[in-house]
Design a protein around this ligand. Structure first.
Ligand code: HEB
Length: 748
């Protein structure tokens, strides 16, 4: 980009000029650890969204939303007199960015208001949908977040068109700035996909799963649409799309190849073949697509649009620019003859007709039924009728043999389609909400679903202070090295990911498949710890009904607490109330996505030529919702506690391993030590005394980043100072306690 195109670099005011990120684009990005703070949030400090939502007149807002469906506005008239299709698409695009691979994306934060999502090519016209909702948002104010409102509106749209839903839960608090944490791909052009397929490869287990990256480094992929692999953790075939190209992979109208892309991308969203097919069939039962004329009529997206458009984008100079002249996707399809009604007509037409490739008025590939039946009503002109039409991605549901088997069954059994669709829709909208204790409102379904990672309810009195003291003594009296209790507690709790609020110590799933087998959990060390805790539990638990009991999940965390008290000499808080999930309550395949490939907190694994090792710990700290100071405290503390996954001494810069101290920081910043790499990749280092040349310490990149990165070093200096001992211990214990309780939505 020519300098003249970037006025910001030239702006001679605060924030202007060439910035650090321009000079050093590969610098470690700590900005994701300081998002959504009180500084950006306009609500009062005391504001609690859950409490506000409980005061919402739920029936009244649903009535208002139902009325809005047919209240067509001149500035954006409703197709067929009903906004249902548009609002379903809004809700689906809001939730549909979720990917199970890293738990990020999804509808949980109201991010469709912010860039890049507000301006994604796939979100054209949803700026209008959101704006249609403003009067209702304004009326109910803080009682409903935008995040909840987008999704609830999709639900009400379905209901208003004769499709009873599976339920709805509120509870998604809004954020007030763009979420910079999500990797949306490395492409620099909209709708590009060169990076994601060039670097793509299947993760362990293949078939659409995947990890952020393995330690082998990226394999060279290829762009053959029949065999290419999509880079993890991505869930979309192009930069700026929710899932796949509707015209077929890279625009090639090949329904079978389209099915392949659909399976991969919907699989990344944790949907199986049935759920995927049901979502597409159910969704495209409603509404229409918009491609009245070539897309060069369309102006810039909201984020690039002129100021006076006030956040709306894609102004369209074709005809009236709206209603029958609307240009959204550039495709021009109406799937059924009753686009405002829940019917089985999508499947009926899909199988009744043969399909012929044609072009939309905008020149895009789409399909038209080989028939003279003009049975589909025009969206605005009562005297006009059309032939049924489909997208390449729709035909995938007939021409892929697996989808075909499923959709032919539904052709005969529409009730099964309704059941699968409404359950999959509910999952789509709620997949990233975390445990049921966060689900609010009168429409929370009673059925317990495996994907919610269910936990049994507490069915016994909780342990009290006396019990806790007693149990801690019992734990420390076992023959297990206390460090191993710290490792086990950390291993259990640190599976949490803020993105979709899964994982954590509750449920004691660390003792179950797949976690018990994860290499990072070092089963040969972990198993004896768990059996020692089980012995303590058996001794404590009373068999009498209503008698005293403690869960293993509580004991795993309490073990860490007891060991940390011993190592620090200070009291460590503990909040009981966890329960133990069973293997049947644990979806093994779904939990595999939580396995760390690199975990700097435990000095596990190394990066690759795209993601350096130290970037992984920032990614993980973000999942653990930690700030940069909390990250620093925890790493320094865990090293002196000797908590590396395999007991190695990398970063254990202390003469007294196992004791909580500031030694990590003191020794890291000690100028008498000189560091040199011991391998070509510069992953491991040796610290020698500058004068004597004697070897003192060994370290990883994760350890040394705290001396290298200016902001992390600034925090490390605070903890290395002579006056820091007490502050450090307190900060460490507070951060530790935070991590132990990240999943305790039941007590927050
Ligand atoms: Fe859909 C629409 C594509 C899935 C729902 N879509 C649409 C369109 C397109 C599409 C292109 C058009 C837009 C405009 O306006 O133009 N999709 C697609 C694809 C896929 C899908 C490619 C994957 C395969 N959907 C889906 C789902 C759902 C949906 C899953 C839900 C559930 N869509 C929808 C709706 C609509 C659409 C409702 C309509 C809208 C209106 O009406 O406006």
């Amino acid at each position: 980009m020519a300098a003249s195109e970037c006025p910001v670099k030239k702006a001679n005011i605060g924030g202007g000029g060439t910035r650090n990120r321009d000079w050093w684009p590969n610098d470690l990005r700590l900005n994701i650890l300081r998002q959504h703070t009180g500084v950006t949030n306009p609500q009062n400090k005391e504001f609690e969204y859950a409490a506000a939502f409980k005061t919402l007149d739920y029936d009244a807002i649903k009535k208002d939303l139902a009325a809005l469906m047919t209240d067509s506005q001149d500035w954006w008239p409703a197709d067929h007199g009903h906004y249902g299709g548009l609002f379903i698409r809004m809700a689906w695009h809001s939730a549909g960015t979720y990917r199970v691979t890293d738990g990020r994306g999804g509808g949980g934060e109201g991010q469709q208001r912010f860039a890049p999502l507000n301006s994604w090519p796939d979100n054209v016209s949803l700026d209008k949908a959101r704006r249609l909702l403003w009067p209702i948002k304004q009326k109910y104010g803080n009682k409903i977040s935008w995040a909840d409102l987008y999704l609830l509106t999709g639900n009400v749209a379905l209901e208003s068109m004769g499709c009873p839903t599976f339920g709805f839960a509120g509870g998604r608090a809004d954020t007030y700035e763009a979420d910079e944490s999500v990797y949306w791909g490395g492409e620099t052009t909209w709708l590009g996909n060169d990076v994601r397929y060039d670097n793509g490869r299947e993760g362990p287990g293949g078939g659409g799963s995947g990890t952020i990256d393995g330690d082998e480094g990226p394999k060279k992929g290829h762009s053959d649409i029949h065999s290419r692999n999509l880079e993890a953790p991505l869930g979309a075939a192009h930069m700026g799309l929710i899932y796949v190209n509707p015209e077929g992979p890279d625009g090639i109208p090949d329904p079978v190849a389209s099915a392949r892309d659909i399976r991969t991308t919907f699989g990344r969203m944790a949907m199986n073949d049935e759920e995927t097919a049901a979502l597409i069939v159910g969704g495209h039962t409603f509404g229409k697509t918009h491609g009245a004329a070539p897309s060069d009529n369309v102006g810039p997206e909201p984020n690039a649009a002129p100021l006076h458009q006030q956040g709306l984008g894609w102004s369209n100079k074709h005809g009236s620019g709206k209603g029958p002249d609307t240009i959204t996707s550039g495709l021009e399809v109406i799937w059924t003859s009753e686009p405002n009604k829940w019917t089985n007509k999508y499947l009926e037409y899909l199988y009744k007709y043969e399909w012929e490739l044609t072009k939309s008025p905008a020149g895009a590939n789409q399909w038209v039924a080989k028939t003279d039946d003009e049975i589909v009503p025009d969206a605005f002109d009562k005297n006009k009728k059309h032939k049924p039409r489909m997208l390449t991605s729709d035909l995938a549901l007939r021409f892929d043999p697996v989808y075909e088997k499923i959709t032919r069954r539904w052709l005969e059994h529409p009730d099964e389609l309704h059941d699968t669709f409404t359950r999959a829709w509910f999952k789509l909208l709620h997949r990233d909400m975390g445990p049921r204790s966060r689900w609010l409102g009168p429409e929370v379904p009673k059925d317990v679903l495996l994907w919610e990672d269910p936990l049994p309810a507490v069915d016994h009195p909780l342990i009290n202070e006396t019990d806790i003291t007693e149990l801690k003594k019992e734990i420390l009296a076992t023959n297990v090295d206390p460090t191993n209790f710290i490792r086990a507690a950390w291993a259990a709790a640190s599976t949490f990911r803020g993105g979709d609020k899964r994982g954590g110590a509750n449920g004691a799933r660390i003792r179950l498949e797949p976690q018990i087998k994860w290499r990072v959990n070092n089963a040969s060390e972990l198993k004896p710890v768990l059996s020692a805790l089980e012995n303590v539990q058996q001794k404590f638990n009373s068999s009498a009904p209503g008698g005293k009991k403690v869960s293993l999940a509580d004991l795993i965390v309490l073990g860490g607490v007891a060991a940390l008290e011993k190592a620090s000499g200070l009291p460590v808080p503990f909040t009981p109330g966890r329960t133990d999930a069973s293997q049947e309550q644990t979806d093994i395949q779904s939990f595999e996505h939580l396995e760390p490939v690199v975990d700097g907190f435990r000095n596990y694994g190394v990066g690759n030529n795209r993601v350096r090792t130290e970037a992984f710990i920032v990614d993980r700290a973000h999942q653990l919702t930690l700030s940069a100071p909390q990250l620093t405290t925890l790493v320094g503390g865990l090293r002196t506690l000797n908590a590396n996954w395999d007991g190695s001494s990398y970063g254990v810069f202390t003469k007294q391993p196992g004791k909580l101290s500031t030694d990590f920081f003191v020794n890291l910043l000690d100028m008498s030590t000189e560091w040199t790499p011991t391998d070509g990749a510069e992953e491991f280092f040796e610290g020698k005394d500058r004068k004597s040349g004697q070897k003192k310490w060994t370290a990883t990149r994760t350890d040394l980043i705290f001396g290298h990165h200016p902001e992390l070093r600034a925090v490390a200096e605070v903890y290395a100072s002579a006056d820091a001992e007490e502050k450090f211990k307190k900060d460490f214990i507070a951060a530790w306690d935070k991590v132990m309780n990240l999943d305790r939505f039941d007590v927050k």
